[in-house]
Ligand binder design. Sequence first.
Ligand code: NAD
Ligand code: UDX
Length: 463
Amino acid sequence: MKVTKICCIGAGYVGGPTMAIIAQKCPQIQVTVVDLNAERIAAWNDEDVNNIPIYEPGLSEIVKEARGRNLFFSTEVDAAIDAADMIFISVNTPTKTYGKGKGMAADLKYIELCARQIARVSKSNKIVVEKSTLPVRTAEAIKSILDNTGNGVKFQILSNPEFLAEGTAVQDLLQPDRILIGGDTTEEGQKAIQALVEVYANWVPENKILTTNVWSSELSKLTANAFLAQRISSINAMSELCEKTGADVNEVARAIGMDSRIGPKFLKASVGFGGSCFQKDILNLVYIAKSYGLHEVADYWEQVIIMNDHQKRRFSGNIVKTLYNTVSDKKIAFLGWAFKKDTNDTRESAAIYVADDLINENATLAIYDPKVSHKKVLADLDYLETRATSVNAERVQSFGNPYQACEGAHAVAVLTEWDEFVTYDWQKIYEAMQKPAFVFDGRNILDKTSLEKIGFVYQAIGS
Ligand code: NAD
Ligand code: UDX
């Protein structure tokens, strides 16, 4: 079967970029991305492509090329489902905030709503692709909803998890390490797998397209994120030991990373990992293991999260301790609020939790991030519900210029590894700060020797 019309439900960080690349690489396929969020769709359709809702290097150029040709953004969900022969579900699957599994399990309400809508609207056979990250065996629930419509329409369900990382999404999509497609072992299942293989084969070498059964595919996604996050918690655990022993975590990371069995990636010690995926997916894994009675497995993976929470708290605690055990009414400048560089996404950013701790100590914060607005900073803090929103508004200011943010500050904390931070005139920053002037580098990106030469008291993670 040749796919000619694709619908993607969910125009977020995954749906938007993924479909933009499919549209760019498959001009023969019409791709419609739909979302309930009218504001988000309007931003995707903004005449000025610089205003699309997601910042990713290289993305606006691709949207410019394909939008209106074979890439469309719309709120007409029913119409797009009806017209498509392949439907990607790319909606959010956040951690549950209520009921059974609260704080751990993935909330599948949006997935189920999509399945019910597809079941209600479809008049012809369709391939439904799970693009969202889902607990293993979710396809079973989707299948049960789709197969009980009584209208004779046949559905095949595939799992095709997305491995892109934010900030490098375009590159990751253009040159993926692998594409994973899980499907039924039946003849129809294999045909559906082949239809999706042919879409990717427009730009991905076939030896990088891996096909498995549905359950392996679903579980591989959670496993990949758990392994990646585990490496960060492992090196962060070592960073604390380095600080006690005189070892330097960057040197340790380099030394172990040269062992080809370990490899150099994901060994950068930091203030802690953030982002919408790692914590959510590991908690989900822990919940699944517990639900099968596998308590040792659950405890093993939960430790990755415990270590990460500890690292964030340790960072803020160290700022307070170093500033003579009080930050009350002291100004701390934050360089960075996004959870990593080259994205405007702040979900689960370490900066939010460090800020929350420092506001509890009555600090005042001056934030600069090249891609995050003050509105977003306040919304992130208010979401924690630690205190009245008016207190957050009083204690936190944002600046459009890093030098202004640092003016009069007692300390600068680097929370995101934006490249531009390295190129600043640190002499100028030093002159405008209170003395002694402290730098707490939560990303280990600045040069200790040159900062100390200027006069800063410099502290990095793990040295
Ligand atoms: P997101 O919140 O940015 O986007 C999801 C979108 O789905 C939202 O715009 C929401 O309005 C829309 N939506 C929800 N229910 C809908 C419905 N019934 N009909 C129409 N639209 C609906 O989320 P995201 O970051 O794109 O993540 C989506 C999924 O992909 C999640 O399962 C996530 O775990 C997974 N994932 C994310 C990343 C990442 O880097 N962000 C990477 C790999 C996988
Ligand atoms: C992650 C996975 O990498 C990706 O494959 C998956 O599809 C979605 O989740 P993402 O969260 O977008 O991607 O970014 P990633 O580069 O993995 O970084 C996650 C967090 O870990 C960031 O806060 C980053 O700064 C931090 N990190 C990463 C470290 O602290 N040290 C490292 O060595 C690497």
